[in-house]
Design a protein. Structure first.
Length: 60
């Protein structure tokens, strides 16, 4: 069973989007963060990050 997609209150850097995705899919947070940095340099990573920030609920 996978964990729910929620932004954690701890162990986050900016909004917890990368931490939420890493927890949900069982991968390293560093890999997800690196992916967003690269996606931001060569694509629309910032827009996707902000959209996910608004869509993913915060952990209770």
């Amino acid at each position: 069973m996978t964990s729910p997609l929620v932004r954690p209150r701890s162990q986050k850097i900016i909004a917890g989007v990368c931490a939420a995705l890493a927890n949900r899919f069982g991968v390293s947070r560093g890999i997800v963060r690196l992916g967003f940095v690269l996606f931001g340099l060569f694509g629309v990573g910032e827009i996707v990050y902000i959209a996910l920030w608004l869509m993913i609920p915060k952990e209770r």
